[in-house]
Design a protein. Structure first.
Length: 263
């Protein structure tokens, strides 16, 4: 294995005060509004940071960087595949906030390619959700409902099926473009595309749910794929989303059922 490593670096200006951005990246409640549905953090140097997306998708890491209101980061131990270091830095600039995110530790050889590409798409999607939350919904109550499934099918084929069944096959994914989607055997959602940072990753604003978000992404994991659907429910969407989520969960079970399973 080569000693050379790769990293992700992102920088963005957020139209929100630094105090609000800090709460979003350094408290469990804030992190759940744009990132993971399960998040607990002991906000101090050496404190434990726990994240989870469901059974089998949970983990914890120590905080290896912590400066109140300015920097927070953790180091993940991936055994023989080395460490991944994630660090957020924020700075107040004229009432707005400059945020920088760096994740490092990806090997340069091809065995890291899938992980490197999927984390790139994931971070870009989550950062779009972070921007939306701190700029538009930071004062609203919120809840994150997430469904994730691993499937033995190529990500491109799974995304094609998902978008076809939701009547999004011909969708223009340019940010700001209107969309209208159907949940098979269920209701309708509509609004605008908030972001689509790369193919098979999309963040949709759902106007029927008071401006809540649906983030969809389909990632390659070797010969398999992981499909994630995160509903970030805000304000009136907390109540209005309940029946729609029931319809979505029924569809998600059918979509991700293994061949031969009851649907």
């Amino acid at each position: 294995m080569s000693d050379e490593t790769r990293k992700h670096e992102f920088e963005m200006m957020l139209d929100a005060p630094s105090e609000a951005v800090w709460r979003a990246i350094a408290t469990g409640e804030g992190i759940r509004q744009w990132f993971a549905p399960v998040a607990e953090i002991d906000a101090r140097l050496g404190g434990e940071f726990k994240l989870g997306w469901g059974p089998g998708m949970e983990g914890s890491a120590p905080l290896t960087v912590f400066e109140e209101g300015a920097r927070i980061g953790w180091t993940e131990d991936h055994g023989a595949r080395g460490q991944r270091v994630v660090e957020f830095t924020i700075e107040s600039v004229g009432g707005k906030t400059k945020l920088r995110l760096v994740q490092s530790g990806f090997g340069a050889d091809a065995s890291f390619d899938s992980e490197y590409e999927s984390t790139n798409g994931g971070w870009r999607t989550f950062l779009a959700c972070l921007r939306y939350y701190v700029e538009a919904m930071r004062n609203a109550p919120g809840r994150h409902e997430c469904r994730m499934a691993m499937m033995q099918v190529e990500a491109a084929a799974l995304w094609q099926r998902l978008t076809a069944e939701m009547d999004l096959a011909g969708q223009d994914w340019t940010p700001g473009t209107p969309y209208r989607a159907f949940i098979p055997d269920g209701g309708t959602i509509s609004g605008i595309v908030v972001d689509s940072p790369k193919p098979r990753y999309a963040v949709l604003r759902c106007d029927e749910l008071g401006g809540s978000l649906l983030a969809l992404f389909c990632e390659n994991f070797g010969g398999a794929s992981a499909l994630t659907a995160s509903w970030y429910l805000y304000g009136p969407g907390l109540a209005e989303g309940t029946p729609l989520l029931a319809e979505w969960n029924r569809y998600f079970e059918r979509l991700t059922a293994a061949p031969g399973e009851a649907q």
